[in-house]
Design a protein around this ligand. Structure first.
Ligand SMILES: [Cu+2]
Length: 488
């Protein structure tokens, strides 16, 4: 093997290169999706849908998209510097050559902490919809919920160094980041109390999504409490890199994001696929998952305090860590069982395929429940007129069965499908594959990189230059759909 620059690298082989290139491409996808959501939410709201009438799920998607816009560029910068270190022998992160590894930690966490909120805020949005729907009451403190979501998003950029208390930033920096981190408990607390007050005095229905929502409150709050413990810098010197931290973030991510995903899948399943998941099997999944989750991760707080380090795949025998780890393992199997039951539930209900109407839960509040399940590809035949928060509920309370249209029935303008986004990303895949092995100085890699980038840039050029006016669904065809005659 010829002597090349990678010999001094800490991670030999191509694992890190794969990660560096793959994250840049998927980061690009996330960034573009974020921009797409922002532009759509700003420009394409139906008449009457003011910002302060938007569903909380839309609000949280809006805030998260803004976070993506600011959080992903620092990650890309870090990855590009790392790529330069590995491909071209630069020394950004090589201490021996005058580089600084702490810069990598900063760049990573300037992205990494907002990323935590990019994960959790959509779950907050889903739970807000579910609490209002199954309490059959409007969300308590809607405006303060919006304010808290924006504030969490903003503060999320001020706290990244709480991941770096032990790197030696000094007491002043540590104190500032500790206080800023604890400040996030305030808007989060506002949300927790608003969800509880939404249920207060409502006629609560314990459907499967609502069970997830109710279980989410104490589970997530426990992750919040250990978050405050980690945020206190002196205490963090003890918790750092131990299983206590593992327990903390699993309470946040599983107790928050994963419960949110399971709740959202169950809640929107009939809207997406036109058939209800079994509530009975859903309850089996819920209880086994919840018990399995707490069994797995609660004990890990204590394993961490007993000194079990994280990022190590095994532990010393006879150190008093065996029983705790055994309990964790049993819990993990329970969670796996819960997921298997969920897959069975999905297969069974898809096989039966009993069709449901537009409002299968009977208590839908927002616009999506006013159109068929699954919605037609053009969504609304006529844009609906929004007259308040929870517009479908507003109409139902006045005895109406459907939304009042905001426009006469007319042609609907739709975009054409295009293969070009696929070829754009395929080109990046080819180029990255070449770059991956370019670090070995192989001669065949350069042409592969060039071909890949050509595929991407030519596709982008065609996409920009070619006029694509889309197509129209004609008014007459819309009237042929099921309910003849249309409503003008
Ligand atoms: Cu953080």
């Amino acid at each position: 093997m010829d002597i090349i620059c990678i010999t001094f690298l800490h991670s030999e082989g191509h694992g890190i290169d794969f990660y560096v290139l793959g994250l840049q491409i998927s980061g690009l996808g996330t960034l573009i999706a974020g921009i797409n959501f922002l532009v759509t939410i700003i420009n394409m709201r139906t008449p009457g849908m003011t910002y302060m009438r938007m569903p909380l799920f839309t609000w949280s998607t809006f805030v998260v998209s803004a976070l993506i816009l600011f959080a992903f560029p620092p990650l890309t910068v870090g990855l590009v510097l790392m790529m330069f270190d590995r491909m071209f022998g630069s020394n950004f992160f090589d201490v021996a050559a005058g580089g600084n590894t702490i810069i990598w930690e900063h760049l990573f966490w300037i992205f990494g902490h907002p990323e935590v909120y990019i994960l959790i805020l959509p779950a907050f949005g889903i739970f807000s919809e579910i609490f209002a729907t199954f309490s059959r009451k409007r969300l308590f403190g809607y405006s303060s919920m919006v304010f808290a979501t924006v504030l969490i998003g903003f503060l999320g950029f001020m706290v990244w160094a709480h991941h770096m208390f032990t790197t030696g930033l000094g007491p002043i920096a540590n104190a500032i980041f500790a206080v800023a981190t604890m400040a996030i408990a305030v808007p989060t607390g506002i949300k927790i109390f608003n969800w509880i007050f939404t249920m207060w005095g409502g006629s609560v229905k314990f459907t499967v999504p609502m069970l997830y929502a109710v279980a989410f409150i104490p589970s997530f709050t426990m992750g919040g409490v250990t978050g405050i413990m980690n945020a206190s810098a002196p205490a963090d010197y003890q918790f750092h890199d131990s299983y206590f931290v593992v327990a903390h973030f699993h309470y946040v991510i599983v107790g928050g994001v994963v419960l949110g995903l399971l709740a959202g899948i169950t809640f929107y399943w009939p809207k997406m696929f036109g058939t209800m998941l079994s509530e009975k099997l859903g309850k089996v999944t819920f209880w086994t998952f919840l018990i399995g989750f707490h069994l797995t991760f609660f004990i890990q707080h204590f394993l961490g305090l007993m000194g079990m380090p994280r990022r190590v795949f095994t532990f010393l025998d006879n150190q008093g860590l065996n029983t705790g780890n055994m309990i964790s393992t049993v819990g993990a199997f329970l969670m796996a069982f819960a997921v298997i039951v969920m897959v069975i539930n999905i297969i069974m209900t898809s096989a039966k395929n009993e069709k449901v109407g537009n409002d299968p839960w009977g208590d839908g509040r927002t616009l999506e429940w006013a159109i068929p399940s699954p919605p037609p590809f053009y969504n609304f035949k006529q844009l609906p007129l929004v007259r308040g928060l929870d517009p479908y509920w507003v109409e139902k309370m006045e005895g109406k069965k459907e939304m009042t249209p905001a426009e006469p029935l007319g042609d609907i303008h739709m975009p054409n499908s295009s293969i070009l986004p696929l070829t754009i990303s395929f080109g990046l895949f080819v180029a990255a594959f070449g770059a991956l092995y370019n670090m070995d100085d192989k001669t065949w890699t350069l042409p592969i990189i060039i071909v890949g980038l050509l595929i991407t840039f030519v596709s982008m050029l065609i996409r920009s230059v070619k006029d694509d006016h889309g197509f129209h669904i004609h008014k007459e065809d819309l009237m042929d759909d099921k309910d003849k005659g249309g409503k003008a």
